[in-house]
Design a protein around this ligand. Sequence first.
Ligand code: SF4
Length: 363
Amino acid sequence: MAISPERFSLDAPTLQSDPIDFFNMEIEEAEERLGSLLGKKFHGKSFVSFVYKHRITDPMLMSSLPTAMRPMLVGRVNIAPLPVVRKMVSKDGTVKFLLQVQTLKGPQEIECVYIPEEDRVTLCVSSQVGCKMACKFCLTAQLGFKAHLSAGDIVRQIWTVEQDPELRKITNIVFMGMGEPFDNFEEVKKATRLLTHASGFEKSAKRITVSTVGNVEKINMLKKSDPFRLAVSLNATTDEIRSRIMPINLKWNIAELMDACRHYSQRTNKRVTFEYILMKGVSDTMEDAQRLSKLTSQVSCKINLIPYNESPFTEFKRPSDEQIQKFHSYMLRQDNAVFIRKNRGNDIYAACGMLRKVAPDPA
Ligand code: SF4
């Protein structure tokens, strides 16, 4: 059977009322706050190191903290993973997690997707519950916007999946799940700092990618020191089509977006990744290939072609394999760094643009 959904309990350790939200603090802030709770800054540093480095979350096992202090930490600091509501495993090994988060609007559900490959393991995380951007081809858009995620709840997606004994260590993180990351800019940037801090998750900044639908204002604010790479969801080569399928284009058109990307790559010396969804009759013609090649020629970049993940919930279709190959070959002949991204987890609605739609029941 292709799909094996599993139900998980929502067990979480008993917390005192108003516990310290550990993952929502910058590392230095956590060291200081816990240091003052424990009377000495170095105890705060030890606590942080037990959690992030040694993955020890029971204060009673934190051997370098004074024995008398440990009980008062029990239930005082929230280090718990997010409750896993559902875990679905695709026939290709992709795993989709439905997780519960607490927001100002009460409990909500988000998804993140674990994608194992031979040489890497990627986790695709959500930055919002739902999304405001209303891209026509995207199933998340159909949920509308519900809430922003805190930095703590963004990194707790990684923390939660890393607790699963059946899964490999996460090497790459992409902010391409539910939501537009730059619509939740400060929390997303804080999350990338926690992920890359030497005393935090200690992930490589080169292996963290934040994707935007094309928020030019935020792209212009990015600095070389921001610990992530930029991906831009382009998906069309004319303003007419792009405005039709991605309303953000009415605010910042393709020329403004490409300008911002060019300045970004010059300013930061980092390559931009353009995500380009191939949709039959919408973005897959040879004229599109020519325009795409020309548009991206001014930017230090690579291009990911993503054959559309069809579902009964949108009108868009995947081009034929032959058309996909033709498009790709043309782009290669023009000397572009261009790749066809494999669709992963379609059977469990875990693929790009499919999050938070319930997959059909297993046959
Ligand atoms: S593609 Fe991304 S930005 Fe567009 S609606 Fe979907 S989640 Fe939002």
